[in-house]
Ligand binder design. Structure first.
Ligand code: CP
Length: 332
């Protein structure tokens, strides 16, 4: 049996001196690899019988979730507790926000209590940036803001791909669905571009981020292409990633109908047969099984969906450590 504190991991988890994690557009390949290496060491801790190390003892971590979440909220809380931080969870209801207190005044109040880190999920795009600009002594991690960014999801996706494929330079990753409104897709595009993967976007033309691609010269140094025909897009793919279709978009006129979406863009066994043998199937969750992904694929041999969740805990442990403990590495 291993113990939580007595068995050091052989690998030192490298740590970058980054105070905030807001999106991946300012991460280069070296920094992404540093986080993934650190997360691999953290995954070893997660696999122990006693999942506890003292790395962040005495640090106070606040999770502020103003939008629904299962995976991100629970994994951040679990990550903080494994690293021995004191984790306090705050939701939209039951706080003075209900009495009209602004997000800034709420955050300044939490800073005055000597919090070390605020992890925020917000329906407002840009909310984590606003906090990072206005807080002096607190780190901020973006746990998903509006339709803008979800950097920790993209890092866990990169970790999952790298554990199976190795170097992702030249790997073909197909992202399918409502890319335009997907913070997951957006952060993944930045991260995949940084590591040199080839990204193909597929889905209804009304849901493709064409404006974003037009201005990509600086931020998209590799090929990011749009291929609405999924049968063509999926040819020889190494990774096939479905996005959650947001059903309200059908009512908003961006989708012909859910039935039409399913017919043209659902990942099915016939379509997956066109990808490389052993292609990874990924989904950030929560899934609409039977809409963007068939049940047999969602639970089939290529599906990495539960591994993505496990890697999510490891990535969040790595980011908590790197933002709170600073550079220099840690013996776990
Ligand atoms: N992928 C993701 O962000 O899931 P949750 O909304 O459950 O956190």
């Amino acid at each position: 049996m291993t113990t939580g504190t007595a068995t050091p991991v052989a690998t030192k988890a490298a740590a970058a001196p980054r105070r905030h994690v807001l999106d991946l557009d300012d991460f280069d390949k070296a920094e992404i690899e540093s986080v993934l290496n650190s997360a691999n060491a953290m995954r070893e801790v997660l696999g122990r019988d006693i999942k506890k190390v003292p790395a962040l003892r005495g640090k106070v971590v606040l999770t502020v979730f103003l939008e629904a979440s299962t995976r991100t909220r629970v994994s951040f809380e679990q990550a903080g507790k494994i690293l021995s931080a004191d984790v306090i969870n705050i939701s939209g209801s039951g706080t003075s926000a209900e009495k009209g207190e602004s997000l800034l005044n709420t955050a300044l109040t939490l800073q005055a209590m000597h919090a070390d880190l605020i992890i925020i999920r917000s329906p407002q795009s840009g909310a984590p940036y606003f906090l990072a600009r206005n807080l002096d002594s607190v780190s901020v991690i973006n746990a998903g803001d509006g339709t803008h960014a979800h950097p920790t999801q993209a890092l866990l996706d990169l970790m999952t791909m790298r554990r199976h494929i190795g170097d992702l330079a030249g790997a073909k990753v197909v992202i399918i669905g409502d890319v335009l409104h997907s913070r997951v897709a957006r952060s993944n595009i930045y991260g995949l571009a940084a590591v040199g993967a080839d990204v193909v976007l597929s889905g209804p033309p009304t849901m493709m981020p064409l404006e974003m691609l037009r201005g990509r010269s600086e931020h998209f140094p590799v090929s990011v292409t749009v291929q609405p025909d999924l049968d063509k897009a999926i040819e020889d793919a190494d990774v096939v990633m479905a996005l959650r279709i947001q059903k309200e978009r059908a009512a908003g006129g961006l989708l012909p109908s859910m039935r039409e979406y399913t017919r043209r863009w659902q990942i099915t066994e016939a379509r997956l047969a066109r990808a490389k043998p052993g292609a990874l199937v990924m989904h950030p969750g929560p899934m609409n099984e039977g809409i963007e992904i068939s049940s047999s694929i969602a639970h089939g041999p290529g599906a990495q969906i539960e591994e993505q969740v496990t890697n999510g805990v490891a990535i969040r442990m790595a980011l908590l450590y790197q933002t709170l403990a600073g550079a220099g590495g840690v013996e776990l």
